[in-house]
Design a protein around this ligand. Structure first.
Ligand SMILES: NC(=O)c1ccc[n+]([C@@H]2O[C@H](COP(=O)([O-])OP(=O)(O)OC[C@H]3O[C@@H](n4cnc5c(N)ncnc54)[C@H](OP(=O)(O)O)[C@@H]3O)[C@@H](O)[C@H]2O)c1
Length: 279
């Protein structure tokens, strides 16, 4: 497997596009602070940024990348369709807005942020995404917060499998069935809130493993994700924690460590349930 300069693996998505397995998420970073945060992340070695139309900070992401001096093709950028823009033509128009704000000709990955099943419009939206892929405005397309029934329906009613499904996933919500579904259908698993928004970091199992390996609990959790094959992009506003988070490629959890973390699954969400969320 090839890696980025920070030693981050770059696995292939189902259409051959490579994605850095470790990135930086910018949810909750205020728009006026985003360019600086992205620049710091890039200086630290991150080469993958995860934003969304709903976060209101795409312009800061674009500015941070432009200021970094890195070539556009050296940074993998994901954005996501806003919930009020479902529909074939709306999805295309919304991406044009993202590209304008980012200052780009294309994004690396464009996701349907939520399936919003009660609105019953995600299949038409996906057809817009297929047109976006054909037009070269996104190098890969995928979904977020989709459940198996939503993925089955896309498979039945369209010709393209999502490259990724970005789902809430951390030690308190391990999603084994969905991860198995993804594996069986060539869909990469992206884990959002990989640290459960720091909520799991005081768990004695995790602090015990941190002590065993001379690492922090956050590094243990992020290393667990990497060994499961998940793609992660923890958010941090602190340069020190940004550095700490990506520094997980110099140690390994053994089978018993992995099993211990496996037993922390409580099926506990920190965010909305995708089957009922319709904002
Ligand atoms: N698709 C979706 O629906 C969806 C939903 C939510 C999130 N996401 C994506 O996933 C990304 C990450 O998720 P998230 O931001 O919700 O949660 P997260 O990455 O699990 O956790 C972020 C929180 O943990 C703290 N933190 C980070 N590193 C730490 C460390 N080493 N030690 C202690 N605390 C640490 C941060 O505080 P500081 O900033 O103070 O360090 C922040 O409060 C988002 O930024 C976004 O890109 C997607």
């Amino acid at each position: 497997m090839t890696t980025t300069t920070a030693g981050v693996p770059t696995p292939e998505l189902n259409n051959g596009v490579r994605i850095p397995q470790f990135g930086f998420g910018v949810f909750d970073i205020p728009p006026e602070e985003t360019a600086q945060a992205v620049r710091t992340a890039l200086e630290t070695g991150y080469r993958h940024i995860d934003t969304a139309q709903l976060y209101g900070n795409e312009a800061g992401v674009g500015a941070g990348i432009a200021d970094s001096g890195l070539a556009r093709e050296d940074v993998f950028v994901t954005t996501k369709l806003a919930n009020d823009a479902h529909g074939h033509d709306n999805a295309i128009t919304a991406l044009e807005g993202s590209l304008r704000r980012l200052g780009f000709d294309y994004v690396d990955l464009y996701l349907i942020h939520w399936p919003l099943p009660a609105r019953d419009n995600y299949v038409r939206t996906w057809r817009g995404f297929e047109d976006i892929l054909r037009a070269g405005k996104a190098r890969a397309i995928g979904v977020s917060n989709f459940q198996p029934a939503h993925l089955d329906r896309l498979a039945e009613e369209s010709g393209t499998r999502p490259a990724v499904n970005q789902i809430e996933l951390h030690p308190a919500l391990q999603q084994p069935e969905l991860r198995e579904y993804h594996q069986a259908h060539g869909i990469a698993t992206q884990a959002w809130s990989p640290l459960a928004r720091a909520d799991v970091l005081g768990d004695p199992v995790l602090t015990g493993l941190a002590e065993k390996h001379g690492r922090t609990a956050a590094q243990v959790v992020l290393r667990w994700h990497i060994q499961l094959g998940n793609i992660v992009f923890p958010k941090s506003a602190s340069p020190d924690r940004m550095r700490q988070n990506i520094d997980v490629f110099g140690f390994e959890l053994d089978d018993e460590d992995m099993a211990e973390i496996g037993r922390l699954d409580e099926g506990r969400r920190t965010g909305p349930d995708p089957d009922t969320f319709n904002a």
